[in-house]
Design a protein around this ligand. Structure first.
Ligand SMILES: NC(=O)c1ccc[n+]([C@@H]2O[C@H](COP(=O)([O-])OP(=O)(O)OC[C@H]3O[C@@H](n4cnc5c(N)ncnc54)[C@H](O)[C@@H]3O)[C@@H](O)[C@H]2O)c1
Length: 249
C-alpha cells in the first residue's frame, strides 16, 4: 500500500537513500531538512511524489507548520536527522555537547511527538527512529553522540509502550559502518576502509541502500507486529566481539 513518509534529514545520505527507495516503491515522501536547497533539489529530481520542506528538527513550531501543510498525517516517519562531532570527553565544549544532544535526541523527540499526535488522531502509523551502533558499542571520541543515540533507543521503547495502545508502532534502526552520509570522510582513507570492512562478518561496509531497505521494512505492513525494537543493520559487527579475543581450543 502506498504510504506518505515524512523523512527528517531527507536531503542527504541515509535520508535521501530512503526517499529514493520509497519513491521507487510507489510511496510519497515529504522531505524535511535544514539545508533547504539540497532538499529542494532532491525533491525536484524525485518528481511529484516528493515535497521539500526547509526546517530544523529543533524548531518545534516549524515542524508543526510543515506537518499541518501536508494533505494528511504521515503514514510513516523516518526520524533520521542527526549530527556527529568527534572530540574526546575531556575536550569537547559543553555547548557543543548540548547542541548534539539537542539535535540527535531532543529533536528526534519533538518530531516523533508532533507526528504521533496526528497519527494517533487517525489511529495508525509507524515511526522509525534512526539510532546507531555507536549508541550500543561506544566508540572513543563520540562524546554526546553515544548517549544521544543510546537515549533515543530507550525513548523508542517508551514511545512503543505509550503509543502502541493508541495504534502506533515505534522502532529504532541502528546503522553500522555505512559507506556514505556522515561517515563518508572516514572511508576516504583506503587503509581505514579496508580494516573496517574486514572487521565486519559480511566483509564489507554497509551501503546507504542497505539502511533504506531496512527502514522501509520497519515502516511497512510486513513489520505489522514489530514494535519497540532496535533493528541493527551492521553486517553482524556488534555481535562479533568474541571473534576479537584469542582462545586456546
Ligand atoms: N552514515 C553512517 O555511517 C551512519 C551510521 C550510523 C547512524 N547514522 C545516523 O543516520 C542518520 C543520517 O545520517 P547520514 O549519514 O545520512 O548523515 P548526513 O550528514 O549525510 O545527512 C544528514 C542530513 O540531516 C540534515 N540535518 C542535520 N541536522 C539537522 C537539523 N537540526 N534539522 C534538520 N535537518 C538536519 C543535514 O542537513 C543532512 O541533510 C543520522 O541520525 C546518523 O546519526 C549514520
Amino acid at each position: 500500500m502506498s504510504q506518505l513518509i515524512f523523512i527528517t534529514g531527507g536531503g542527504a545520505g541515509i535520508g535521501a537513500a530512503i526517499a529514493e527507495a520509497a519513491v521507487a516503491r510507489g510511496h510519497r515522501v515529504a522531505l524535511f531538512d535544514r539545508d533547504g536547497d539540497r532538499v529542494a533539489a532532491l525533491a525536484a529530481r524525485l518528481g511529484p511524489a516528493a515535497s521539500a520542506h526547509a526546517g530544523d528538527v529543533c524548531d518545534e513550531a516549524r515542524i508543526e507548520a510543515v506537518l499541518d501543510s501536508l494533505d494528511a498525517a504521515p503514514d510513516a516517519v523516518m526520524n533520521n536527522a542527526g549530527i556527529v562531532q568527534f572530540a574526546p570527553l575531556l575536550d569537547i565544549a559543553a555547548d557543543d555537547f548540548r547542541r548534539i544532544m539537542e539535535i540527535d535526541l531532543n529533536g528526534a523527540f519533538v518530531v516523533a511527538r508532533a507526528s504521533a499526535r496526528r497519527m494517533i488522531a487517525r489511529g495508525s502509523g509507524s515511526i522509525v527512529n534512526v539510532t546507531s551502533i555507536g549508541g550500543i558499542a561506544v566508540s572513543p571520541g563520540t562524546n554526546a553522540y553515544a548517549p544521544a543515540k543510546g537515549g533515543l533507543a530507550a525513548l523508542t521503547r517508551l514511545m512503543a509502550l505509550e503509543w502502541g495502545p493508541l495504534g502506533l508502532r515505534v522502532n529504532a534502526l541502528a546503522p553500522g559502518m555505512i559507506d556514505g552520509g556522515v561517515s563518508e570522510p572516514i572511508y576516504r582513507d583506503k587503509k581505514v576502509r579496508a580494516a573496517r570492512a574486514g572487521a565486519v562478518p559480511l566483509r564489507r561496509l554497509g551501503r546507504l541502500e542497505d539502511v533504506a531497505g531496512a527502514a522501509l521494512f520497519l515502516a511497512s505492513e510486513a513489520a505489522a507486529y514489530v514494535n519497540g525494537q532496535e533493528l541493527v543493520v551492521d553486517g553482524g559487527l556488534t555481535g562479533s566481539l568474541m571473534a576479537q579475543i584469542p582462545r586456546s581450543l
